[in-house]
Ligand binder design. Structure first.
Ligand SMILES: Nc1ncnc2c1ncn2[C@@H]1O[C@H](COP(=O)(O)OP(=O)(O)O)[C@@H](O)[C@H]1O
Ligand SMILES: [Mg+2]
Length: 142
């Protein structure tokens, strides 16, 4: 369990996933590598069609995404673990699975819920789809 992927969306559950990943790496930090992955969801803007506006929305959303990643990096810093951050564009559920399977991760550590509104459900749509689709082991953190 040396190569871990944490899909992040800025939710509280992700903070718990980060802490869980750090504890999995404990006492062998120098062997561990954590990738933080944020997917800028094109699904959020299906109707923005005018190209100039699309470019502006794109830039703003990507900037927000980079901020999320920097924030998350700050939560792991100085623990001796190798970290990298990846920003992708697309459908979060598909992008997370494709990236993980292509790059041979040992474990995905993710939140059960994100920033969605339906708090009664145990699993959000992204975590459910990742569980269904990836070949990689998944740890869902509540
Ligand atoms: N855009 C995204 N990029 C990366 N990871 C994400 C993204 N959206 C959700 N996730 C991951 O999926 C987990 C569950 O979120 P999600 O299934 O979207 O729940 P909800 O339906 O409550 O938003 C999050 O805790 C996070 O780990
Ligand atoms: Mg969500």
């Amino acid at each position: 369990m040396n190569k871990l992927l944490i899909p992040i969306d800025g939710s509280e559950a992700v903070d718990r996933a980060i802490q869980m990943a750090i504890s999995i790496c404990k006492k062998r930090e120098e062997e561990c590598h954590i990738t933080l992955l944020h997917v800028v969801s094109i699904e959020n803007f299906p109707n923005v069609g005018v190209s100039g506006i699309t470019a502006n929305v794109d830039e703003a959303v990507k900037k927000e995404g980079r901020k999320l990643l920097e924030n998350a990096i700050g939560k792991i810093n100085n623990k001796g673990i190798k970290i990298d951050a990846v920003l992708l564009e697309g459908s979060p559920r598909n992008a997370i699975c494709e990236y993980t399977d292509k790059n041979n991760y040992d474990l995905i550590v993710m939140g059960n819920r994100g920033k969605g509104a339906i708090k009664e459900l145990f699993l959000g749509s992204v975590s459910k789809k990742v569980l269904d689709d990836t070949k990689c082991p998944v740890l869902i953190v509540k």
